[in-house]
Design a binder for this molecule. Structure first.
Ligand code: FES
Ligand SMILES: [Fe+2]
Length: 460
């Protein structure tokens, strides 16, 4: 279906390709890709955000059947390192079993059902998980190896009992799991667009410099939606909104996934090009803040800041960024990997979002923000530890979130009021816009499809 461009619709949207055409280094072809899907423009029932039964059906037919990002490969640097990934009432152990090999199992002892391990760690010299209850031990491949008082278990054969495996696969430094043994391969699920685009900015060559998670009192989809459009920026983030126009954004849907490109430092609100530079560096969102470049007479903030980013990243990493475009160095280029994972592309101050339901409660979720940076040449710095942000605290309490914290706080304040408003008798249907909220419509449509497919399938 042809993509209805905002210009064709006669709106006041700026043309992103036109802005890009004025850049000093033009962007590579993926920026100009058009999505292949235009999700239905219809009202959506608010019950998907509120209804405990809908949340239960999501648990049965979405989370049990979809590929989901569990962790980074880098979180398990050594053979024998393991961590747990929890979703709803399920827990999975992910373990590095070789230099380039990982396994995943249900995190439950096969004796009396104890949750086998908590958090993360490393297998000892014997390379085994030991259950703390009666001491059953499993090797890194999940097989039962040690059975204390084996004479008392005539029907249990150690080599034949194992932690039930969970599907595991990898993409660009991220580990995904899927509970459905019949699920399509991860590569098919991701499709062509994601690997092709991220080949330009490998996530496996980045490290996490800041990582925080907070419980938010809203449905998981509502939380994600706040990061799938920039329509809210002028009203919700008035200070940032002055410097980033919601009008210069392009939204593309590729199957279940999507991409949002917000062109930065384009404004028609009487802000000078130098003010754009000063503000960005002052917020601590540029690659560095120890010097503020000057915009030459007639120059553009975009070109000046892109050069600044190239120089700063080159100095910091020992790598050459000269071939990367202004858009890659500056813009927000956010990808939505269905259902709950959103990594940014390019080389700006890149974020990654992930949101999970908080158990079966449709009214709360666990929202994570990661800030990533390119690795220095020849190095693989370890990822930053996770900080849990208390509910009554600002995101600023997380190390490295100083510039972003106030912006995230503004988003969260909206979200908790959204969840309250959704419960009003005076509100029934969610109305998402045709263009700017198309990624959100796609999210709801695809979740509905998973649930409908599940309802048609065998009873669960
Ligand atoms: S429950 Fe694990 S050894 Fe008994
Ligand atoms: Fe926001």
């Amino acid at each position: 279906m042809p993509d209805p461009t905002p210009q064709a619709a006669g709106t006041d949207m700026k043309s992103v390709p036109e802005v890009l055409a004025g850049d000093t280094v033009p962007p590579p072809p993926p920026y100009f890709d058009e999505g292949d899907t235009d999700p239905e423009c219809r009202p959506f029932s608010k019950q998907s955000m509120l209804c405990p039964d809908y949340a239960r059906r999501e648990a049965a037919h979405l989370w049990r059947e979809v590929w989901q990002m569990a962790c980074r490969e880098r979180a398990l640097p050594n053979v024998g390192d393991y961590l747990t990934y929890d979703i709803l009432d399920q827990s999975v152990i992910i373990v590095r079993t070789g230099e380039d090999e990982f396994s995943a199992f249900h995190n439950v002892c096969q004796h009396r059902g104890l949750k086998l391990v908590e958090g993360s760690g490393s297998l000892g010299d014997d390379g085994q998980f030991k259950c703390s209850f009666h001491g059953w031990c499993y090797d890194g491949g999940g097989k039962l190896r040690t059975l204390p008082r084996a004479w008392d278990f005539p029907t249990v054969e150690p080599g034949k009992v194992r932690l039930p495996p969970v599907r595991i696969d990898r993409w660009d430094g991220w580990i995904f799991i899927n509970f459905d043994p019949d699920a399509e391969p991860l590569a098919d699920f991701l499709g062509d667009m994601l690997p092709r685009h991220f080949a330009l900015w490998p996530q496996a060559e980045r490290h996490i410099v800041s990582h925080a998670m907070r419980l938010i009192r809203c449905n998981w989809k509502a939380a994600l939606e706040a990061f799938l459009e920039v329509y809210h920026v002028p009203a919700t983030h008035p200070s940032a909104g002055q410097f980033a126009s919601d009008n210069a954004a392009k939204y593309d849907v590729f199957g279940p996934h999507g991409r949002m490109h917000m062109v930065k430092f384009v404004t028609s609100k009487g802000v000078s090009e130098q003010e754009l530079v000063d503000h960005w560096i002052g917020m601590g969102l540029a690659a560095a803040s120890d010097s503020i470049p000057r915009v030459p007479e007639g120059g553009r903030a975009r070109g000046v800041l892109a050069d600044y980013q190239r120089q700063q990243y080159a100095a910091r990493t020992g790598r050459d960024f000269s071939r990367f475009s202004d858009a890659e160095m500056l813009d927000t280029l956010e990808y939505h990997v269905f259902p709950n994972f959103a990594p940014w592309g390019g080389f700006g101050t890149n974020l990654v979002y992930r949101v999970r339901p908080n158990g079966f409660d449709p009214h709360t979720c666990l929202f994570e923000v990661m800030v990533t940076a390119p690795d220095p040449a020849g190095e693989k710095p370890r990822d930053a530890d996770l900080t849990i942000v208390p509910e009554d605290a600002s995101w600023m309490v997380a190390p490295g979130m100083t510039g972003l914290g106030p912006v995230l706080d503004e988003d969260v304040a909206n979200l908790e009021r959204v969840q309250k408003g959704l419960q009003s008798d005076g509100y029934q249907e969610m109305r998402f816009s045709r263009y700017q909220e198309r990624l959100i419509r796609n999210l709801h449509q695809r979740v509905d499809e998973y649930l409908a497919k599940g309802a048609d399938g065998p009873a669960s």
